[in-house]
Design a protein around this ligand. Structure first.
Ligand code: AMP
Length: 284
């Protein structure tokens, strides 16, 4: 595996590969890699010749400095994990490489997409995410971009961004990788106490129940059941929403959309845990 820290070195390498008409798959991450991330890399290896993984803890998407400082950064073990996979290139830039002095801030209208769910709890977060993914795509120029369904709103926003900038990059949504008890894998899970970790498995229970309830109940009742379930177990809810999978706006009836997702974020032991389930997706 090649490790490049400089944009120019990465681009020199990739230019040659593009000249050879190699397909490039790109997996952007913030490191602290777990099976969720590794599944994105595996998925990328199915159709691409070159797989580029980036590890960059993007300060612009942290509105809380404490969260940024606490973010795990086990770079040696990340490199080892990537070396055991089919990763061709690790891009490991520092802040100055990603945001050089002449870097122009991207000003893209995200419409209502970032004014809901995570956007309400983390103002400015998605602006930072869009900024960094746009910049990384500019650097890597991949054919395919792999993002996890785990961060559903992020996926929908990046998909929207690609459409807005008329990019040829294809975005692939990779299903959520879960622990055996259903908890979505996340770098933040290690911050949970033993008790909190047990409780955390109930998040996916609430989502699975919501999907089942959607067969017989209306949107309001599905949502109410899920919220009651989480409340009964003393789980603090930031939001539990049932939204159109593209617009991320709440729906009032399941007939309103062919693509419906239930998204939630809860707090356990002060750790924010995100999860979601696709309730309906009619692909034509
Ligand atoms: P992060 O390092 O948290 O920025 O995540 C990098 C990528 O991995 C994002 O596209 C995430 O959605 C994805 N990801 C994180 N956790 C999981 C998971 N449990 N299953 C699938 N993808 C994930």
């Amino acid at each position: 595996m090649y490790i490049f820290k400089r944009v120019s070195d990465l681009q020199n390498y990739l230019k040659q590969k593009q000249f050879e008409e190699k397909k490039i798959g790109f997996v952007p991450t913030m490191g602290a890699l777990h099976l969720g991330h590794l599944t994105l890399l595996n998925e990328a290896s199915l159709v691409n010749d070159i797989i580029v993984c980036s590890i960059f803890i993007n300060p612009r998407q942290f509105e809380d400095t404490k969260d940024l400082l606490n973010y795990p950064n086990p770079i040696e073990s990340d490199i080892e994990k990537l070396e055991n996979l089919n990763c061709t290139v690790l891009f490991l830039p520092d802040n100055n490489e990603v945001y050089p002095c002449d870097h122009n801030m991207l000003n893209l209208d995200l419409g209502k997409l970032d004014k809901t769910m995570e956007g309400l709890h983390r103002p400015g977060h998605f602006k930072g995410v869009v900024e960094v993914v746009h910049r990384l795509l500019d650097i890597v120029n991949p054919d395919n971009l792999y993002m996890g369904q785990k961060d559903y709103q992020q996926f929908a926003i990046i998909k929207h961004m690609l459409k807005m900038i008329q990019s040829n990059v294809k975005i692939i949504r990779v299903p959520i990788v879960r622990e055996p008890d259903g908890l979505a894998m996340s770098s933040r899970n290690i911050r949970l106490s033993i008790e909190g970790r047990k409780k955390a498995s109930l998040i996916s229970t609430s989502l699975l129940q919501a999907k089942e309830d959607a067969n017989t109940l209306n949107v309001a009742a599905v949502k109410e059941n899920a919220i009651n379930f989480l409340n009964t177990h003393n789980i603090e809810i930031d939001y539990f929403e049932i939204v159109d999978g593209n617009t991320l706006q709440t729906i009032e009836s399941f007939n309103q959309s062919d693509y419906v997702t239930a998204c939630t974020t809860v707090r356990i032991d002060g750790v924010r845990l995100l999860d979601n389930i696709i309730i309906k997706e009619i692909v034509d």
